[in-house]
Design a protein around this ligand. Structure first.
Ligand code: MG
Length: 368
């Protein structure tokens, strides 16, 4: 089987509510999505998506994905999409780094490989759990009252997991964590996500104040060095998200005991092939995981679910999915959808969902 053509689409995905990242630093209203259709000489077609969370969240941006695909295309046409490692090496040879640009191609190839094998991607990766995965909400940085209102809005949709964005103001962060813990229900999972918004002294002041509440905190500093420096000085379990990009990041975090949880965002780390290695590093070191679409449509959510399904139930806390935050649905209700706050693994071969091409407009590029 050979890849014969790649068709690239650019779609804007508006958010239902404007969204501020931790500390209110970064505002987002529309996500820049790249959809990639890969066709083969045997008639199978795969779809991938790359949707960074805005241009300012991490070093990844929508136009960069499309430029990266242009650079890599001639290295990929003609390869067998089922040979994921060949495709990965070809991309790494054509364009060192720029993992976020490779993720949609990796995803489309896994989709084709699954269809060729007659298996959902998770089963092709070695076996997918059918335990529904809780979806984590995303609660933007706001006042105590707004935080309660957003959590309640997600509870109405069945959510039992919440990623509450904090950071930037020590007193306000302590107050919001304390308040959310006071209303947290039995069985609810709350991750307090700083999104790099603390300096070391801010981190230590908040973490020491809330230690008795036994919470989990994500990305409490800008870099792995920051997070490592404060690790011996507090007792709160830490998730690393934005600073977990490459496999050497994962091995360093595991070896040095920098964090107890990996927040794996598939677009950021370069797709399922690379993320699966991080999963194995985590499991080998007693590190639990949150699996996340970086943003985007139900295609990205479903990709995240396939990886999450390959993690033992006890080690995968939740999935972050973006579908309930968008006003546009490019797949007409298909794919892994929120049912009572959970995603259920599709049983169809491959990814299990393709977009409506009529929703994508004209292609911005075709390579063949
Ligand atoms: Mg995060």
């Amino acid at each position: 089987m050979k890849i014969t053509r790649m068709t690239v689409y650019h779609v804007n995905l508006p958010l239902e509510h404007p969204y501020w990242l931790s500390g209110g630093r970064l505002k987002f209203e529309v996500l820049d999505a790249t959809l990639v259709k890969i066709e083969t000489d045997e008639g199978l077609t795969g779809w991938g998506e790359g949707t960074p969370w805005g241009h300012t969240y991490v070093p990844a941006h929508g136009p960069g994905i499309r430029a990266g695909i242009e650079t890599m295309a001639s290295f990929i046409i003609g390869l067998d999409p089922r040979r994921l490692l060949d495709v990965e090496r070809a991309m790494d040879l054509a364009l060192p780094g720029h993992l976020y640009a490779k993720s949609p191609i990796d995803m489309a190839c896994w989709d084709i490989a699954g269809q060729a094998a007659g298996l959902p991607i998770a089963d092709l990766m070695g076996g997918g759990s059918r335990t529904p995965r809780p979806i984590a909400s995303s609660v933007g940085a706001k006042t105590i009252e707004d935080t309660r209102a957003v959590i309640e809005r997600y509870r109405q949709r069945g959510y039992i997991a919440h990623s509450v964005k904090i950071g930037g103001d020590v007193e306000r962060d302590i107050a919001r964590i304390t308040d959310v813990e006071s209303i947290r229900r039995d069985g609810e999972i709350v991750l307090y996500d700083v999104n790099r918004g603390w300096t070391r002294q801010q981190a230590l002041r908040v973490l020491s104040s809330v230690e008795h509440l036994n919470v989990m905190v994500e990305q409490p500093g800008e870099t792995l060095d920051d997070i490592a420096a404060i690790a011996p000085l507090h007792r709160t379990p830490i998730s690393v998200d934005e600073s977990l990009v490459t496999l050497p990041d994962a091995t360093r975090i595991a070896r040095d005991g920098i964090a107890e949880i990996f927040g794996i965002k598939l677009n950021r780390v370069g797709g399922l092939t690379k993320a699966a290695r991080m999963r194995d590093i985590a499991l080998a070191h007693g590190i639990d995981m949150f699996i996340m679409a970086t943003g985007g449509s139900v295609l990205a959510d479903t990709e995240a679910l396939h990886l999450a399904a390959t993690i033992p139930d006890a080690n995968c806390h939740a999935i972050w999915a973006c579908q309930d935050m968008l006003t546009v649905d490019i797949a007409g209700g298909r794919g892994a959808r929120n049912h009572d706050g959970h995603l259920h693994l599709p049983e169809a071969p491959g990814l299990g969902v393709h977009p409506d091409e009529t929703m994508l407009g004209e292609p911005v590029a075709i390579y063949q």
